[in-house]
Write a protein that binds this ligand. Structure first.
Ligand code: 9MR
Length: 366
């Protein structure tokens, strides 16, 4: 029904009602990047280019919502190199060109990680080779994109209390074959290869206020103090925020905000880098599920955005049709998962409105 028909049916007094409906319709499509921009924040998502081929609507949604993007796959070592000494940058270059053409900032992801290594790296890595391999990789990849990226996730998921080390570092091949200073070397090498990029340590589970999360926070701050004391160029911390609805009581609480304050005190810019919320343990009923997910988005983001050092929110996908969770953390009942702000038809869900509200409530950055 258009505006004239609406007025004809309900009379002139319906005009006011129509106006509020219109306002709501407009609110429904308010791009998250614009709400973020009003607070000098960024909003974006990860992306794999193949999603655009599968869904033109997804491309439109992406362009309307995002002003920052992370390649979900294209810049990982196993996507870039299938043989020693050889790189194929074609997909990553296409990603960067698409973002540049649409004024979307790119978060380079990721240079030094224990995961997504090509088979040849796993075969060749040893105490004799590891340092050269890591530095050559940084030189080749960060050098290739120099000047074109907003930031680099230089090290990814380097902490793991499960490794049972007093320093909290993950017993990754890089740590075991190079030693604890691989992190410092990685940051210094990236700064040399791409002096313009903001250099970030991207980490998981720092946002969870339980024993595991507390151990990670302690290790993070202590690593950061060491790096900063040695003059290592590190500018930001990425909090992945792959959240779980059954942990709602230990997310976005006061101790989390204290931790964000500690990062801010150390001069760090903070980014929420891979936000999504697993609905694996929630009831079948879609309305109840969507509400619980939305409530947690609101709670977590409201707490996060109160801290002015938080500069951007990046979700790990936009619509429920393209999410790692359907493969890695499926529901036991086999129902499609609903972890993201838009549904499989790219329509806004309660989670979208919760994110919008949190952005609207956020203080404007200086
Ligand atoms: O979503 C990504 C999935 O498609 C890949 O198979 C996987 C391995 O490369 O990585 C996923 O993204 C991860 C991100 O790069 C780092 N933090 C955890 C993310 C979810 O596993």
């Amino acid at each position: 029904m258009n505006r004239r028909d609406f007025v004809k049916v309900l009379g002139v007094s319906a005009m006011a009602g129509w106006a509020s409906l219109e306002a709501r319709a407009q609110a429904a499509v308010a791009p998250l990047k614009e709400l973020a921009d009003q607070k000098r924040l960024m909003f974006g998502s990860c992306l794999a280019l193949k999603y655009f081929n599968q869904s033109p609507a997804y491309k439109e949604l992406f362009l309307s919502q995002c002003d920052i993007a992370t390649p979900e796959l294209h810049m990982k070592w196993d996507s870039l190199s299938h043989q020693a000494g050889e790189y194929d940058f074609s997909n990553a270059d296409q990603f960067v060109a698409f973002c540049a053409a649409n004024r979307i900032k790119v978060r380079g992801h990721t240079l030094v990680w224990h995961d997504s290594l090509p088979a040849w790296v796993k075969q060749k890595i040893s105490p004799e080779t590891a340092k050269t391999m890591m530095l050559d990789h940084i030189h080749a990849v960060a050098g290739h994109f120099a000047g074109k990226l907003y930031s680099w996730d230089v090290v990814n998921e380097a902490l793991d209390p499960g490794s049972q080390r007093p320093d909290g570092l993950r017993a990754s091949p890089w740590l075991q074959d190079i030693g604890v200073d691989y992190i410092e070397q990685a940051f210094r090498a990236t700064a040399a290869a791409d002096p313009k990029a903001l250099l970030v340590w991207n980490e998981n589970y720092l946002e969870v206020s339980n024993g595991f999360g507390d151990a990670k926070r302690k290790a993070m701050l202590s690593q950061l103090d060491g790096l900063l004391a040695r003059g290592v160029p590190i500018h930001g911390i990425g909090l992945e925020a792959h959240l779980r609805s059954d942990q709602a009581n230990v997310l976005g609480d006061a101790s989390y905000e204290v931790f964000l304050g500690e990062l801010a005190k150390r001069g760090m810019k903070i980014f929420i880098t891979e936000l999504d919320i697993q609905d694996t343990s929630l009831p079948v009923d879609v309305g109840a599920r969507d509400k619980a997910i939305a409530d947690l988005y609101r709670k977590f983001l409201t707490a996060s955005l109160r801290q002015p050092a938080v500069r951007g929110v990046i979700t790990w996908g936009l619509s429920d049709s393209f999410t790692w969770i359907s493969g890695y953390r499926p529901r036991k009942d086999g129902l499609p998962v609903r972890p993201l702000p838009f549904d499989a038809n790219c329509q806004p869900k309660p989670a979208y409105y919760a994110i919008a509200e949190a952005l609207e409530a956020a203080p404007r950055r200086a």
